[in-house]
Design a binder for this molecule. Structure first.
Ligand code: PEP
Ligand code: MN
Length: 270
């Protein structure tokens, strides 16, 4: 069974491809907290088959009293971990003035849920060729999300990967409501690759793996998963982080689902 939409235009990130035949998994901490934490997580997720590293440097937190990220102090950590592991890196950009610092450091920009409607930021990211992972706003209609993607394209950057990360609904048992419909819908109705973020979509460690598998079955082109060596002491989003062991088990189960879908897992880099 072929689940890759023939209309999806793959987006290349270095030697990786999103939206092609293979399924790519991004993993790493919500926030970069130290060299040791970042390096330990990167080694673990790479060993289990992740092909890209995530890690927040500039965090958009709802509560201003909480950890705001290491900011530019994380740059040297990222350089060191990338050099050691060879993993490409994605991180959230929160202000157009960060673009020049991010170029060469990130292999893909992340536009977070809170910035899906930040058209000034989208226009600036349209001026570069580095791919952009555009998360869906937590109250964003699918049509608004696709329009935001078109902002990037119209301003010159066609390298857009969409990311469904859950939406706000009347339900409060979970942090967000994971909109699986959206994954199948954008695959059928746009040419953009789409990945899923079951970490933010559920906000609960125990729900991440089942929803990751569901996203793959719904036709997602990949995943982005939060992993922390010790979630109990994480400075952000520890309640939804997988330990390296749980991530390894997710990857084992994912491989079985992908096999049933006739879709290979993107190969780990050597
Ligand atoms: C994140 O990826 O850590 C994040 C803040 O995501 P979102 O923008 O989806 O809330
Ligand atoms: Mn997070």
């Amino acid at each position: 069974m072929e689940i890759t939409n023939p209309h999806t235009k793959p987006v290349r990130v270095g030697s990786l491809e999103f939206g092609g035949p293979s399924f790519a998994v991004i993993a790493g901490p919500c926030s970069i907290e130290s060299l040791e934490q970042c390096s330990q997580t990167a080694d673990a997720v790479k060993k289990s088959g992740a092909v890209m590293l995530r890690g927040g440097m500039f965090k958009l937190r709802t509560n201003p009293e909480t950890f705001q990220g290491m900011g530019s102090d994380a740059f040297s950590i990222v350089r060191e971990v990338k050099a050691k592991t060879g993993l490409p890196f994605v991180s959230e950009i929160t202000d157009p003035r960060q673009i020049s610092d991010f170029i060469g450091l990130v292999d893909m920009f992340q536009v977070g849920s809170r910035n899906m409607h930040n058209y000034a930021l989208l226009k600036e990211l349209g001026q570069v060729q580095t791919p952009v992972m555009l998360k869906r706003g937590f109250s964003g209609l699918i049509s608004e999300w696709l329009h935001s993607a078109e902002y990037l394209v119209k301003h010159g950057n066609p390298n857009v990967v969409l990311c469904e990360r859950g939406i706000r609904t009347f339900e409060t048992a979970t942090r967000n409501t994971f909109d699986l419909n959206a994954i199948a819908f954008v695959k059928q109705n746009s040419h953009f690759p789409v990945i899923a973020d079951p970490s933010h979509a559920t906000g609960a460690t125990s729900l991440v793996t089942p929803m990751a598998l569901a996203a793959a079955a719904a036709g997602a082109d990949g995943l982005i998963i939060e992993v922390h060596p010790n979630p109990a002491v994480a400075l952000s989003d520890g309640f939804q982080a997988l330990t390296p062991d749980l991530f390894e088990s997710l990857m084992n189960r994912l491989e079985r689902v992908l096999k049933a879908l006739d879709r290979p897992l993107a190969k780990p880099l050597t």
